[in-house]
Design a protein around this ligand. Structure first.
Ligand code: FES
Length: 171
């Protein structure tokens, strides 16, 4: 055991022991708590921290305004500048997934679930009022909910108002 100790820590009067004494790390004793590596320096700004509460949800920027009181029954879902014209996005609000589309500055909200086979309409493509499902290509008019592929189907729509910069949806 003594030989193994000398191999690992050096001889009690050897160079490594002298160096440890010089550094105040003890004189060749077995590793103790005092010899544990020092705590890491404080993290640099933004390193290893939790995401700030102010960061926009779903990567949408700018963040939905918090100081807007939506009309009764409506909920703020995003900042109007977060979704450029011609784009659609999926938003989960109150446990319900909706697809919000910006048609030339007018916002529409429909269910996110395609009635054909459950495709995520918020990941579809928008061309004017036509929202095309990414799964099998059924197309819906976000303004009326009408399905252009299957006339028997109508997409569920939600009322939308823009209050100051906030797009608000009534579920
Ligand atoms: S799931 Fe949308 S077209 Fe099939």
């Amino acid at each position: 055991m003594g030989v193994l100790r000398d191999l690992l820590l050096g001889r009690p009067d050897g160079r490594r022991a002298r160096l440890r004494r010089k550094l105040g790390l003890g004189g060749g004793q077995a590793c103790t708590k005092a010899e544990a590596p020092p705590a890491p320096p404080p993290a640099a700004a933004g390193w290893g921290r939790e995401p700030a509460a102010a960061e926009p949800a779903l990567g949408l920027s700018p963040e939905a305004p918090k100081d807007v009181t939506p009309p009764e029954g409506f909920e703020v879902v995003l900042h109007k500048d977060a979704l450029p014209a011609g784009q659609v996005v999926e938003i989960i609000i109150g446990g319900t997934a909706i697809a919000v589309a910006n048609v030339e500055g007018t916002f529409h909200a429909v269910t996110n679930t395609c009635p054909h086979a459950g495709g995520p309409l918020g990941e579809g493509t928008l061309d004017g009022h036509d929202l095309t499902c990414p799964y099998h290509g059924w197309t819906f008019d976000v303004g009326t909910g009408a399905c252009k592929t299957n006339p028997d189907v109508v997409l569920r729509r939600y009322d939308v108002v823009v209050e100051r910069d906030a797009v608000c949806v009534r579920l």
